[in-house]
Design a protein around this ligand. Structure first.
Ligand SMILES: Nc1nc2c(c(=O)[nH]1)N[C@H]1C(S)=C(S)[C@@H](COP(=O)(O)O)O[C@H]1N2
Ligand SMILES: [Mo]
Length: 319
């Protein structure tokens, strides 16, 4: 039987394949583990509300045909940028291990009809979650392919009912130096802050992530809820969101405040605009040989979907 292939821009080129032995090992493993995995998930479900929304279904619209090219879970959950805990990517997981992220609520304020505080598990139950396989490109020139679980940010914005005067949305991470030792380093303007223009926030690709690999988000990936904006550099995808504010001012972000000439507000992935200290033309897929580099794509491969948001803008100035 032949399958019709649509070549969507987010599909991964053939050249990115993991080596064949790996692929076949994983397939055999998946066959055996499939049933067991389901049983475990169902059992977990009764134990804790942290599994809200699971099991999730993969949305075929945001899938990659070569599913075997997904970055190995051990890298996605073991190689993390989360400066509140550690500057060492391989140390974050351990430093964040005992951090308690349930219950957790998001405070909604600013230019909205009615400011409110919303429980994350209740939001998940209200909106449901789905799985989407997205490319993920860090400004440090490495990349991953990750199956995130979550709901579109648009649903939360519609619930919050912003005023028409609101032009931007600001996200603020948690603030707890006792639990997160990295926050004792006062050379960073904590808490971690980020922002989007309202049309970017409402875009269907913009996801509020509550899980990864079909399981609740581990602490090191930004439990219990983080942003994912797949056409922007990873630092825009703020973790462990505690506050959302609607505003008419372009929000300040932690990295923009620290080094405005290096990290812009837009931070759209762009192989033609280099970081002042390194090229952005290529990227290293995590899990590949350290010398393997692949070309970086404009808007991280999502140009077809998002380039119209920036029509008429000078992307070299608005980096
Ligand atoms: N609160 C918070 N969010 C954050 C960061 C951080 O240090 N703190 N790092 C950012 C950066 S630079 C990247 S690349 C991604 C990393 O996400 P991951 O660990 O899930 O791969 O999270 C982003 N969100
Ligand atoms: Mo990053």
């Amino acid at each position: 039987m032949t399958q019709i292939r649509s070549n969507k821009s987010w599909e991964i080129p053939e050249s990115l394949a993991v080596d064949e032995a790996d692929f076949w090992n994983r397939r055999t493993f998946l066959k055996g583990a499939g049933l067991m995995g389901t049983t475990l998930l169902l059992c977990n479900h009764q134990l804790s509300a942290a599994t809200a929304g699971f099991p999730s279904q993969r949305n075929p619209k945001y899938n990659l045909i070569e599913a075997e090219k997904i970055t190995e879970e051990k890298y996605v959950t073991g190689y993390n940028n989360f400066y509140e805990f550690s500057l060492d990517k391989e140390d974050v997981k351990d430093k964040a291990k005992h951090w308690k992220t349930e219950p957790w609520s998001i405070e909604i304020s600013g230019m909205v009809q009615k400011p409110s505080t919303l429980d994350v598990n209740e939001l998940i139950n209200e909106f449901g979650i789905e799985q989407r396989v997205y490319r993920f490109r860090c400004v440090e020139a490495w990349s991953m392919i990750v199956p995130w679980d979550g709901f579109p940010l648009r649903k939360l914005i519609e619930k919050a009912q912003p005023l028409s005067s609101a032009k931007y949305i600001k996200f603020i991470s948690f603030d707890d130096p006792e639990e997160a030792p990295g926050m004792k380093n006062r050379s960073y303007p904590w808490p971690y802050t980020e922002g989007l223009r309202m049309d970017e926030a409402l875009h269907e690709l913009t996801l509020m992530v509550t899980g990864v690999f079909g399981k609740p988000l581990p602490n090191q990936n930004g439990a219990p809820v983080r942003l994912m904006v797949p056409w922007k550099y990873g630092f825009k995808s703020i973790k462990s969101i505690q506050k959302i504010e609607f505003t008419d001012q372009q929000p300040k972000s932690l990295w923009n405040e620290l080094a405005p000439q290096e990290y812009g507000f837009y931070a759209n992935v762009n192989p033609e605009v280099d970081h002042p200290r390194w090229s952005q033309a290529k990227e290293r897929p995590i899990g590949s040989w350290f010398f393997q580099k692949i070309p970086t794509q404009p808007f991280n491969g999502y140009a077809e979907e998002v380039s119209s948001l920036y029509k008429g803008m000078d992307l070299k100035k608005n980096y």
